[in-house]
Design a binder for this molecule. Sequence first.
Ligand code: FAD
Length: 566
Amino acid sequence: MMATMPSHDVLIIGAGLAGQRAALAAADAGASVAIISKVHPVRSHSVAAAGGINAALGADDTWESHAFDTVKGSDYLGDQDAIEVMCREAPDEILHLEHVGVTFHRSPTGHLGTRAFGGASQARTYYVADITGQAILHVLYEQLMKHHATVDRFEEWFTTELLQDDAGACVGAVCRNIRDGRLEVFDAKSVILASGGAGQVYKPTTNALICTGDGIAQAYRVGAPLMDMEMIQYHPTTLAENGFLITEGARGEGAHLYNAKGERFMERYAPNKLELASRDVVSRAEQTEINEGRGFPDGTISLDITKVPRKRTLEALREIVNIGRDFAGVDITREPIKIRPGAHYIMGGVKTDVDGQTPIPGLYAAGEVACVSVHGGNRLGANSLLDTLIFGRRSGVHAAARAQQVAMPAAPASAVDATRARIDAILARPAGGRRVSEIKTELGETMNRYVAVFRDADGLGQAHEVVRRLKEEAETAHVDDRGTVFNQDVLGAIELGYMLEVAETIVVAAQERKESRGAQYRTDFPERNDGEWLKHIDVSRNGDETPHVSYSPVTITQWEPQERTY
Ligand SMILES: Cc1cc2nc3c(=O)[nH]c(=O)nc-3n(C[C@H](O)[C@H](O)[C@H](O)COP(=O)(O)OP(=O)(O)OC[C@H]3O[C@@H](n4cnc5c(N)ncnc54)[C@H](O)[C@@H]3O)c2cc1C
């Protein structure tokens, strides 16, 4: 399993669905591959994906219909060339998964069965009960093990930074073996960032503790532009106490939303699609009900899954039966459960083309860390798993082809010196500064207060001030564990730095976009303004560590922007 270290054609940072799919594609293309993950690969956050994955496979469905729904869902900010690629290639990807062993749900006739999902004009979400991510991740991991001769797995290794050569090309990364604290340089001809999202920038969040935006910050630090960072998705159905997700699959199966007066309020906001309007629309409707006093006193509204036949819930939604019982004390097959919108997904990320290439030669990105941009202002449910697989595969293929053209770099062993000095400095901090966890909590609560479903200039300004102060405080945040073995304390301090970097770019982009589109609803600019803002906001470092804003055009192929109603 562990072959030679540390030179490979393709180095993949992250072993969720995007990373594993990229590794398999690169290996199939003949490249030697290293795949690194800070947790065991099947604990990557893709394992939490519940509801399903979209593809236009049905006899009555077309990729154009899927693409239009995605464009509309994105509030016309998604790049239509990339959306076309994703939707065109989706059916083959689902069939490929099925052939390698993913046990997708089948209808009584034996055909692959679908469920409805938000913002879609057809039921085109393929699923494995409500453990779709887990099912796919485990099957891909089996395939990775089958490729042990060409894919070296580095499990529980933490990437601290990307390495560049004198010409600025990405030539590898510095990584720390979490088990013993050893630092290594990993040389590679091509590097693919597949390190997932940044949900922990918010509190609460549906995302796991490991989703700390590492790759987004690492790319930003070497000068790669980030795009659409203001677009943070609030999922309509999360538990108030802890942010746990109740999958959209519940509404797909027929669950209804009610306010505290018992009104099915979505009739007022999205008379055609009701609960299955796109997520930004449903979350905004819920938050409006809550803000205007029609929610429950604890700031929630209710999701009634008893509308779904009990037998079906027990079969197709069994994970949320468990979540309801264990974390809310509610039997969702017999009574409504209280929910509210919660931070869930980042549409923005490291800017790439449809082959995963960033503007930094040799550096690719795929999955939630990346912004292709197929989700634009708002991602449709079940389009993210698809994004990870399509663009993971395409990145793997392209990175492998590039590797055939360039010589193997060889960064000096001293490339780890700066990292070692930084880590030593963290370990040497005297007690007395704030704790990492305190800073992280203040960050998450600030973002959830000011950079959430509704935003305005005043709140964003306050958020920016807090983030800048926390960046300073993080410089002295002390850690208790000074050891080398599984020192999660020191990794937590490094991750905090990534999160603060990502948070600042989110806030700056949200301040910049003076209109309302998708997940960015500015109460001080409540209309979508295509004349001025039908463009991407790119954020990059301008040398002095402050985010620098520029714009790039939205690619429109066949769908001109229209008014968006559901
Ligand atoms: C609760 C939940 C349910 C969801 N359900 C669905 C759904 O039904 N359908 C859908 O389409 N989408 C869903 N999503 C979204 C989707 O699951 C994610 O966007 C997607 O799985 C992200 O995959 P990824 O491969 O990009 O990243 P991840 O799966 O998050 O993997 C990231 C990898 O990077 C590694 N990593 C990170 N930082 C470092 C570092 N510094 N060093 C080394 N390794 C590192 C991690 O260890 C991990 O292996 C859901 C999301 C959540 C939170």
